[in-house]
Design a protein around this ligand. Structure first.
Ligand code: GLN
Length: 493
């Protein structure tokens, strides 16, 4: 049974089509793996019965010769995507008992393509965090441990449960969302692939909103091909999200093996961080070398406003979050405080009980930067910086077709190490936030291990709506890196 859970999504698909395995067998293997891995706390809600029912329906379709593209493939869904009739918490107490009466467009697209839902994955509260430690449901744990160590490490965040579930082979793939790095950073820290598509590629409808001008859904998988397959069936234009874009969704799996010959790959000099571990720099150079060896031209580029990206993000994201989170008032839905004597009291108590410390910090910062006296000094200014960052990329595209950077400034860190130091936590996203501010697509690919045995990733950034090139470059790196290490299965109950 356990070999089945180690299949890639692409191989599982091919075996199902060839009727070498049934979806019910495959799903039972993943359900068993999920139930034995509760120590990882990767799932907030397991949907075993639904999974087995969906698998049975898929088997019937396969036997009828009526299989859809993802027919019978078990996946996990980040608990930020509303799932009809299945609790959706956003990692928060305030939505702890929320059962949506509707389905998010992205998850609906996956079900329409035949995928099977295993459950809802753990995450930082409202997707605010880089370690999964802000979850009301306790941190998810990284399946990877440092060599000769039993210390629990974070899987990254905010899509930490999805990352842990994919890395531990508890599902074939999972959805994530990325506002500042929440797909790519946990993917890198957990040794898997993560894709943040262009803003507008996937519909945001039914995804609990964090920062609406930055949020984007994407796949998290063990291989680049699997990410390409999943993304092809997550993306769509959607009349329910006016920011989704009406452009045909390519089959991203086609052309994946096209190689990088003749492509110009930019190396942005501002991404060389002082004080970053030398291993990161070495891997980055190694990545450039691999691409050159496969026929790409490596060019130096400059993205001069990079250093302002994190500060701008920490104004724009909290500003949008503070308005998006105003809806949680304890009246319409979600947690309601007991014993309040008037409406204001009810709002205050419901929100102060329902939100955790990081969410409160964001709401406070957001409210401050949007307040009458400070709006221009902070919010307007941050928006201007955002324009400059976008322009940096536009200039870079005159010289190159894609960019190569490290994915994160370091490997997975121990649970608790950074949770009391917000700034050091925020620094995890230095290499990823620029992409969200500019709305670009990017992929994080696992390429190697630190001396201590922990995974590290490289990031490929593409032009707007050119996920295909980012994926193709990612695939070339994956081929050269030949990263086949797996975490030891210490978590098996
Ligand atoms: N770590 C960043 C934050 O805390 C990004 C999170 C995300 O992409 N959702 O805001």
């Amino acid at each position: 049974m356990s070999e089945l859970t180690h299949l890639t999504l692409a191989d599982a698909r091919d075996m199902l089509r060839a009727k070498k395995v049934s979806s019910s067998e495959l799903t039972r293997a993943f359900v068993a793996a999920m139930e034995r891995a509760r120590m990882l706390n990767a799932f907030v809600t397991e949907t075993r019965d639904r999974a087995l029912e969906m698998a049975k329906a898929s088997d019937e379709r396969i036997w009828r010769g009526d299989a859809r593209p993802l027919e019978g493939l078990p996946v996990a869904i980040k608990d930020l995507f509303c799932t009809k009739g299945v609790r959706t918490t956003a990692g928060s107490r305030i939505l702890g008992n929320f059962i949506p009466p509707y389905e998010s467009t992205v998850s609906q697209n996956l079900w329409d393509a035949g995928a099977v839902m295993l459950g809802k994955t753990n995450m930082d509260e409202f997707a605010m965090g880089s370690s999964n430690e802000t979850s009301y449901f306790k941190p998810a744990i990284n399946p990877w441990r440092a060599r000769d160590s039993n210390e629990n490490l974070v899987p990254g965040g905010s899509s930490g449960g999805s990352a842990a579930a994919v890395a531990a082979s508890l599902c074939l793939g999972a959805t994530g969302t990325d506002t500042g790095g929440s797909i790519r950073q946990p993917a890198a820290l957990s040794g898997i692939v993560g894709v943040k598509p262009t803003y507008g590629r996937c519909s945001r409808w039914g995804i609990v909103a964090f920062a609406s001008s930055l949020d984007q859904a994407g796949p998290m998988t063990r291989t680049v091909r699997d990410a390409a397959i999943m993304l092809s069936h997550m993306a769509s234009v959607d009349e329910k999200d006016s920011t989704s874009v009406d452009m045909p969704v390519p089959d991203y799996e086609d052309g994946l093996e096209g190689g990088v010959s003749g492509l110009r790959i930019g190396i942005p000099k501002e991404y060389r961080l002082q004080g970053a571990p030398p291993e990161i720099d070495a891997l980055w150079q190694q990545g450039a070398y691999w691409l050159r060896a496969q026929g790409a031209e490596i060019v130096d580029v400059s993205l001069p406003h990079t250093k302002y990206a994190l500060p701008a993000y920490y104004i724009v994201a909290p500003a949008e979050a503070s308005s998006n989170l105003a809806r949680y008032d304890g009246v319409r839905y979600g947690h309601r405080a007991e014993g309040s004597h008037d409406l204001v009291d009810l709002y205050e108590h419901s929100r102060s009980q329902g939100f955790g410390a990081e969410v409160k910090r964001r709401v406070l910062i957001g409210t401050y930067v949007l307040s009458a006296g400070y709006y221009d000094a902070y919010y307007t200014r941050a928006q201007k910086v955002r324009t400059l960052i976008k322009r940096d990329f536009e200039r870079a595209w005159e010289k190159c077709d894609a960019l190569l950077t490290p994915a994160t400034p370091g490997p997975a860190f121990p649970v608790g190490r950074k949770s009391n130091d917000p700034v050091s936590m925020y620094l995890n996203d230095v290499f990823t936030v620029t992409v969200n501010l500019a709305g670009l697509p990017a992929i994080s690919v696992p390429v190697g291990l630190t001396e201590n045995g922990l995974p590290l990733g490289l990031q490929v950034i593409g032009k707007t709506f050119d996920e295909a090139t980012a994926l193709r470059v990612g695939r070339s790196i994956e081929l050269a890196a030949n990263f086949t290490d797996r975490p030891r299965s210490w978590w098996m109950a």
